[in-house]
Each structure stands twice: as C-alpha cells, then as structure tokens.
Design a protein around this ligand. Structure first.
Ligand SMILES: *Cc1c(COP(=O)(O)O)cnc(C)c1O
Length: 398
C-alpha cells in the first residue's frame, strides 16, 4: 500500500527513454517486420516478370514499414530502382546510405520549381510530369554537373500526373530540350491493374507502347516501365524493362478479387501483436465498449487488448476484424477504442490470460482480411500503423 505521505510522482521514477524503458514495456503493441519475407516476395515478383528488372515502390516510409531498412534489404537482394513520392523521402534514403550510390531513386511527385539543386546534390532522379519540368531539368543539367538522368512520365489514362497527349507533342516538338533532360526511363501508371479484366489496362499498355516509341525516336536508350504489383502478374505485355511493385513486396494482395487465378502466393511481412490486459466474464445481455454496440447472446469471456486506433488499427475494422490467440480466432467485439480492443475469447480457455499476446496481423491474421473488414485496402492499413507500436526488424542481410 502506498503510504499517505508518498509523493504522487516519485522523483526517482525512471524517465521515459531512460535505461528502464529499453525494449517495449509490457502493455505496448509489437510490430515485427520480417525482411526475409520481404525478400521472398521480391523474388516472387522477379520470377513473375523475369525479363524485367524488379524495382520497388518505397514511398510513404516504405508503406509505413520503414523505408531505410526496407530499401537496404531490397538493395542487398539486387534492387537498383527505388520509387518514392517526394524529394524529402529520397533525401532520407540517400542520407542513410540505404541504397548503393548507383541505385536510382525516382521522385514520383515531379520536379517542383526550386528543387533542382536538391535533386542534383542528392543524386535523385526527377520524374518529369510536365513540359515545364522537362525544360527545367534540361536547364539544371547544364548548370550542375552532378544533375543526373531523369524519368519521363506519360499519362495514359490515370489523369493524375504525367504528360498529357498535348504535353507529349509539345515535348517532342523541342527535341534538343528533351535530349538535354536525358530521360533514361519512360514510365506510365495503370489505373485498373487491380482488376486485370478491365479494358482500360490493354488500352493503357498500347498507348504507352506508342508514346514510348515516339520518345525513343529522340532518346533511343530510354527504358520502359509500366507495371505496379498487379501489373507484374498480368503477363509479358505489361512487364517492359522495369517493374515498380509496392504492396506485393509487403505482403498485400495485388488484385481486388481474392480468387484471381493470377494471384501470387506472398509471404506476410508484418506481424502485429498486442498483450491481453484483462479478461472478464460477462453475462448474457451485457454489452461491451462504447455505444454498447455488442451485446452477449450467452455468457462470454472478453479479453481487453492493448491495441487501438491510435496505434493504426483502423476503428472501422471492428466489424469483422479478429485477433488470433493460441492459434484460434478471437472475433473483435464492440467498438475499437483509442487504446483498446475487446475480443471474444470464450473458446480459448486458459490461453486467455493477462500478458498473453493476441496477433492482429501476420501469418494467421491476414492483412487483407483486416483491411477488408475495415472497408479499405492493405495499402491504407499498412501506412497507418503508428509510432506507438514497438518495432522490431528480423531477417535480412544485416
Ligand atoms: C505506388 C506506386 C507504385 C506501386 O504500386 P503498388 O500497387 O503498391 O504495387 C507504382 N508506380 C507508381 C507510379 C506508384 O505511385
């Protein structure tokens, strides 16, 4: 018992981040990122498009999993083309020396005015999305000797980024500027690869072929890239010279349709586990959690787990999401709250006890199941996994 004179806050309590805080404290969720699984998926993608080099989309901090360790592991496996969203993400990879100096880091958002010196200093490859960007990179290359080659992005139907048909005509109308910008890669992006039967896919591939041939009549050495993860599994017509998978590297299914016969077998990369804090028995008719949205039809055992939407486990996954305890599913019941999830462990007996770990992502709890339950996609689920989870990397060359 605390004596009445004891201070409310002990002066000698270990400071956060001090020696006592090394390693996760007992109540934190744990995120384990398996770099060997990442490499296994990289090899699967390589085998699916053997005539192309397999690049990697590592934007958004490597889909939330840590761009530096992810890129390091992929570089060790032979990957030499990395795609990020903005220059800051590229600088972070270069500063950490995550990839070899000769590996390309392509910046998908495009070359914004004033960024030329940064791209040059950090050996970043701008993705040129407009005629103005082509012109500015051509100029930058005449100013800075370190300014390297570029990637030319042709829009073939996404209508988001990249040269429109009119832009392409304008760029081809100034061939000296195009040559000066030194595009060594020509890319486009598929809008509907997640649904391979969609007629837009074949139209985009044909339009890309055609536009790329026109660019190559000016810069014949330029290589071609079209496929994201799904595109890698859509056959030779989509492979070209370089693929740019993201989500499949991280274990997310590339196609909307689960049963798609082209779907590869991927290895789960992320395991998310959280400890049970308390277990209680509730009577038939009692409810669980905010809004009393779940009412027990029969007496039930409810475990409260230290994981919530603040950790990135999306609140919407409450309806249909599940944990796995001792090899058995434990359905999420009631609303997911900021720090806590309640699961039904009536079937789990002695395994349901404080401190026992419940898995919410991993070999038994599929990323795509939880994303489906949340009405979203694995991409969003991964990129939301938050800093409160204690992170650990296993496998890889290191
Ligand atoms: C994100 C992205 C990719 C990777 O897409 P996945 O569907 O995750 O494989 C490839 N290319 C571009 C242009 C992207 O923005």
């Amino acid at each position: 018992m605390t004596s009445p004179s004891a201070p409310l806050f002990a002066a000698d309590a270990p400071a956060l981040g001090g020696s006592a805080a090394r390693g996760p404290t007992a109540a934190r969720p744990r995120l384990t990122i398996n770099l060997d699984a990442l490499i296994a998926n990289y090899r699967t993608l390589q085998r699916a498009a053997p005539t192309a080099h397999t690049g990697a989309a590592v934007k958004a901090d490597g889909y939330g999993l840590g761009a530096v360790p992810i890129a390091q592991a992929l570089a060790a496996a032979g990957c030499r083309h990395f795609f990020v969203a903005n220059a800051d993400e590229g600088v972070a990879l270069r500063s950490a020396r995550a990839v070899p100096d000769d590996a390309a880091i392509h910046i998908l958002d495009g070359l914004m005015p004033g960024e030329e010196a940064c791209y040059s200093a950090h050996a970043l490859t701008p993705v040129l999305n407009t005629p103005d960007q082509v012109r500015r990179w051509a100029e930058a290359r005449s100013t800075w000797r370190a300014a390297g080659p570029s990637t030319l992005h042709i829009d073939t139907g996404m209508n988001r980024l990249g040269l429109t048909a009119a832009d392409l005509a304008a760029v081809l109308g100034a061939p000296d500027t195009l040559i000066a910008a030194q595009p060594t890669l020509i890319m486009s992006h598929l809008a509907c690869a997640a649904t391979p039967e969609h007629p837009l896919n074949a139209r985009q591939a044909a339009q890309f072929q055609n536009a790329a041939a026109r660019v190559r009549s000016v810069t014949p050495a330029a290589r071609l890239s079209l496929a994201n993860s799904a595109g890698v599994f859509m056959g030779e017509a989509y492979a070209f010279d370089l693929t740019r998978p993201g989500v499949a590297l991280y274990g997310g299914r590339p196609f909307d349709e689960r049963a798609d016969p082209r779907a590869p077998t991927l290895t789960p990369v992320v395991t998310l586990e959280a400890p049970i804090l308390q277990v209680r028995t509730i009577a038939a008719g009692e409810s669980v959690g905010y809004g009393a949205t779940h009412t027990a039809a029969a007496p039930a055992q409810i475990a409260t787990v230290a994981l919530g939407y603040a950790d990135g486990f999306l609140r919407a996954a409450g309806a249909g999401g599940y944990g796995v305890l001792a090899g058995r599913n434990a359905p999420i019941v009631g609303r997911i709250s900021m720090d806590l999830i309640t699961v039904d462990v009536t079937a789990h007996g002695e395994a349901a006890r404080p401190g026992a770990l419940v898995a919410f992502l991993g070999a038994e709890a599929a990323l795509d199941d939880q994303a489906d339950a949340a009405g979203t996609i694995s991409y969003e689920f991964l990129t939301r996994l938050g800093p409160r989870c204690a992170r650990r990397y296993i496998g890889g060359a290191a």
